[in-house]
Design a protein around this ligand. Structure first.
Ligand code: SF4
Ligand code: SF4
Length: 62
């Protein structure tokens, strides 16, 4: 995984549960219109925590 990896969120699969938003150590994610979005990509470290906690596997690190 490169240092520039960023989460890609499948908006069709995301349930808007907010788990990833709560889990992100840099608060880079938000919920917008009931789906998760990478609202602050400049704050994302590419740690992959959001991908790990998503219960419906809507996040893939790219
Ligand atoms: S990869 Fe890490 S820093 Fe980036 S949005 Fe997910 S949890 Fe936050
Ligand atoms: S954890 Fe998964 S389902 Fe929940 S808001 Fe994040 S991307 Fe959507």
């Amino acid at each position: 995984m490169s240092e520039t990896s960023k989460p890609k969120i499948d908006t069709g699969t995301c349930t808007g549960c907010t788990i990833c938003v709560d889990e992100c150590p840099t608060s880079a994610l938000d919920i917008n219109e009931d789906v998760a979005v990478l609202a602050r990509p400049e704050d994302c470290t590419g740690c992959g925590a959001c991908e790990e906690v998503c219960p419906v596997s809507a996040i893939l690190m790219d």
